[in-house]
Design a protein around this ligand. Structure first.
Ligand SMILES: [Zn+2]
Ligand SMILES: [Zn+2]
Length: 496
């Protein structure tokens, strides 16, 4: 791998204090996209705090600057790759702008790599909790209501009971603190770290601390206290962080007001492994089981939509997506709204990237969304009839963009439509898929052009198609495009 000096990335006027040992982004990333000195310092501290990176002494650093200790550089790079894998980013070991942006998102204060022993858990199944301290952001009665609901998430799946205490000592003490509160993990003011908790045990064991400076709320303004409490209570019961972005134990703050906050399948498995299964679990969840995050190793996996995005190919499923980067075999899963907060709908029908205009277009039902630089264009979503579809077309199954010829093919049921991106109009009346794309079944789920071929997806089948000779080159399981590697499989890794 290429090691570039930070000096080559500095814009004129900046003075290097010392170079930090992150991989510099490879060309063609614009020079100005290189990480700033402040971001590099921030990233090093982040990796120290959350990924077990141990900085060397100043003397060793100086030897790095003079070209010495390569192990130290490699060590930091490895930790950065661990972080990128955890969050479903391409594991480049490069401090990209996107990586820095993920690091700066609000999150829990606990490490992502500490693996707790299974034996760290409460021996009793009935635990007490109390709210302590004076700087409560909301009235105690409202807090109790929120916390009761958060405990209930856990007690409905595991055989546990949680009792509130007003005065006497309790197993779990919940409190709000400003800045340094003398437990070795100071809070950092608005944003950043929102809360932390202690593993089960005596004394501070099981205690939960919230950053008093956050704008706590009961809805989607500020930080939703219920969502953060549900996560921290998981730690108080002995759970570590999960890299499953659908799990409550995912370390980043995620609150989507359009989703009911629930424990995921992963959260339920993890807590039940510690404490067993609640007696009424089956009856409570038989009709509405805990949601499972889609798994790239599932041979029945299908996709909602697939699109190119810059060098990557994105595969969408429910509110998640996998990112396939040409330089890496691994594909990480992440939430759609981690890249497009608030502006991309879940469970898409179709998506494509208009490279020339630097736009990404999403389809769901009768609407479409136009985003530029991750921001929704004004006046969107709009009705797909604006693109020239007749009113009988209610939704779009797939969109296939050809950047060189600047047109897009839309698939709806058994038909396909050609849209001229330069004239912004539908070119002709629709054709039948079976005539235009012989060998491709209808309706299809998703279509994308990359590596010189068109890739169609229907159910769990992937059709690789040569658009010149107009025939199917090969078929395979859809999930094979994501390179399921059993050793990389998040599911297996976390269950080890
Ligand atoms: Zn946490
Ligand atoms: Zn604390």
């Amino acid at each position: 791998m290429l090691w570039l000096s930070l000096l080559t990335l500095l814009v004129p006027g900046q003075v290097p204090v010392r170079s930090l040992p992150f991989h510099a982004p490879d060309p063609p990333t614009p020079r100005h996209a290189g990480p700033s000195e402040a971001d590099q310092e921030f990233a090093e501290e982040y990796l120290r705090h959350f990924y077990g990176y141990q900085p060397k002494s100043e003397r060793q650093r100086r030897s790095v600057d003079s070209g010495g200790d390569a192990d130290w550089r490699t060590g930091l790079c490895d930790k950065l790759q661990n972080m990128q894998r955890f969050f479903g980013l391409p594991p480049s070991g490069q401090l990209t702008q996107e990586t820095v942006a993920v690091m700066k998102k609000p999150r829990c204060g606990l490490s992502d790599v500490e693996r707790f022993e299974d034996t760290i858990r409460w021996r009793r199944r009935t635990l007490s909790y109390r709210i302590s301290g004076s700087n409560l952001p909301i009235s105690a009665s409202k807090l109790h209501k929120v916390f009761r609901a958060a405990w209930k998430l856990w007690s409905s799946v595991a055989p546990m009971k949680f009792h509130k205490r007003r005065r006497r000592e309790a197993d779990i003490v919940i409190s709000f603190h400003n800045g340094d509160h003398k437990d070795g993990s100071p809070f950092d003011g608005k944003g950043g770290i929102l809360a932390h908790a202690f593993l089960p045990g005596s004394g501070v064991g099981g205690d939960v601390h919230f950053d008093a400076e956050e704008a706590w709320s009961f809805n989607s303004t500020g930080y939703n206290l219920f969502a953060v409490a549900a996560h921290e209570f998981g730690h108080a019961l002995g759970l570590p962080h999960s890299s499953d972005p659908g799990a409550i134990m995912y370390p980043a703050y995620i609150f989507d007001p359009s989703y009911e906050l629930r424990l995921s399948f992963r959260d339920v498995k993890d807590i039940q492994r510690l404490y067993g299964v609640s007696t009424n679990f089956a009856s409570l969840f038989s009709k509405n089981p805990p949601p499972r995050t889609p798994d790239k190793c599932d041979p029945d996996l299908s996709f909602d939509a697939v699109t190119e995005l810059q060098q990557e190919v994105l595969f969408f499923k429910d509110r998640f997506m996998w990112r396939k980067h040409p330089q890496f075999d691994e594909t990480g899963i992440t939430l759609i709204n981690s890249l497009w907060p608030d502006s991309a709908p879940p469970s898409l029908d179709a998506a494509y990237q208009n490279v020339r205009e630097n736009l990404i277009v999403f389809f769901k039902g009768h609407q479409y969304w136009l985003l530029r630089q991750q921001v929704l264009e004004e006046g969107f979503p709009r009705n797909i009839s604006d693109l020239g579809f007749p009113s009988r077309v209610k939704s779009v199954d797939a969109a296939l963009h050809f950047r060189n010829d600047s047109y897009t093919v839309f698939f709806t049921g058994r038909e396909c439509w050609k849209y001229n991106e330069q004239q912004k109009m539908m070119e002709e009346s629709p054709a039948l898929i079976e005539q235009m794309w012989p060998g491709i079944p209808a309706p299809i789920d998703a279509a994308v052009f990359y590596d010189g071929f068109v890739h169609f997806f229907q159910g769990n089948i992937h059709y690789k198609y040569d658009s010149n000779s107009r025939h199917v080159i090969s078929t395979s399981a859809a999930n094979e495009v994501l390179e399921c590697n059993k050793e990389d499989n998040e599911t297996l890794r976390e269950r080890r």
